[in-house]
Design a protein around this ligand. Structure first.
Ligand code: ATP
Ligand code: MG
Length: 331
């Protein structure tokens, strides 16, 4: 029995969560789902984007599923607060092509591991007489921890190579430390290949030779930018899942946001959220069940059952229902 805290959030977060839970029902696993609130709708109701009760439920759970929230400027960001409060230091973003989906590269399978706690995202900015300055924090501890996570993950997934991405030629001190710690960790994994690229070169290689990559490990801001670029390679935001992992807790969310423009129409692509549940299942050591969902999703897409963003005509729940049926049918 797994205790899962479910935070649908706002906009299409609510719709893709309903779809993903529908698919999970087809598995023979016992879940206890506890719903919790966060985001802008929650703020309107109770004056807080992340109530204490929600934080408590996330801490207690074996894993948390998070849809998406709308963050209004000036409000506390629920997802950034969760990442910080729970020290979810690793942001895992697999990039895997799906059959039947129009995209630039039909044969990609790599992962971006993004450091989630520091870099420019500590949000330490201030105005100065000349303009403004932002502080970029890079610590040895966090750099080591994220590199260790990347090598462990790569090994577990049967990959042979880990690539560090940085800009140490210009950011000699901060990214110098990141690269340094990466190679120290690499020396503990002599059976794995380790290399490093500058972030600008990586942005190009992602377009010209993305098949080269297996595991990329990088700092927070570069990881944010490169993972959206990578999502573009495989067909867009509607397809990209992610995991936020810490020592004690783990939270799983699609890369996309709440997309208010398409919310409420039952046309959001549930694929990213459904793949997000497979990351959760793998984290809970339910690899076979994760593969069942992946296979059923692939079959559904090959049958041309997909949402309008991929050129199809299926609704969010029609797609979820089709995937559920494929799981029930089995091989
Ligand atoms: P937020 O402020 O919450 O990030 P947003 O409007 O920036 O909301 P995103 O979810 O980041 O929305 O996505 C940007 C655009 O990409 C959306 O407006 C939508 O057109 C498209 N998109 C994102 N996710 C999906 C999805 N699951 N299905 C279909 N289209 C999507
Ligand atoms: Mg957005």
């Amino acid at each position: 029995m797994y205790r899962i805290t479910v935070i649908p959030g706002d906009g299409i977060g609510v719709e893709v969560m309903e779809a993903a839970l529908h698919v999970l029902q087809a598995l023979e696993i016992e879940f206890e789902f506890t719903h919790a609130e966060a985001g802008n709708e929650c703020f309107r109701r109770c004056g807080d984007t992340l109530p204490e009760e929600t934080l408590k439920l996330v801490r207690k759970a074996d894993a948390t599923l998070f849809g998406a929230v709308t963050t209004v400027p000036g409000q506390k960001s629920a997802i950034i607060t969760l990442r910080r409060e729970l020290d979810l230091f690793a942001n895992l973003r697999p990039v895997k092509s799906l059959p039947g989906v129009p995209c630039l590269y039909p044969d990609l399978d790599f992962v971006i591991v993004r450091e989630n706690t520091e870099d420019l995202y500590v949000g330490d900015e201030e105005y100065t007489p000349e303009g403004a300055v932002a502080k970029r924090i890079i610590t040895r501890t966090a750099s080591r921890r994220i590199s260790q996570f990347a090598f462990q993950y790569a090994q577990k997934e049967g990959m042979q190579k880990v690539t560090a991405v940085h800009k140490a030629n210009v950011l000699k001190k901060t990214d110098g430390i990141f690269r340094d710690e990466f190679y120290k960790v690499a020396s503990e994994y002599p059976q794995m290949e380790a290399n490093d690229y500058y972030v600008d070169a990586t942005a190009m290689y992602l377009i010209t030779q993305p098949q080269e990559f297996q595991t990329i490990v990088t700092t927070n801001l570069f990881g944010d930018i490169l993972s959206d670029e990578a999502a573009g390679l495989i067909g867009g935001l509607g397809l990209a899942p992610s995991a936020n992992i810490g020592e004690k807790n783990a939270l799983f969310e699609p890369v996309h946001g709440s997309a208010p423009q398409i919310a409420g129409k039952n046309i959001a692509n549930p694929t990213a959220m459904i793949l997000t549940t497979t990351l959760m299942l793998k984290h809970l050591n339910k690899k076979q069940e994760a593969q069942k969902i992946e296979k059923a999703l692939q079959k559904t897409l090959m049958r041309g059952i997909m949402t309008p963003d991929l050129g199809g005509t299926a609704s969010t729940m029609e797609m979820a229902e089709a995937i559920k049926e494929e799981i029930v049918k089995g091989e």
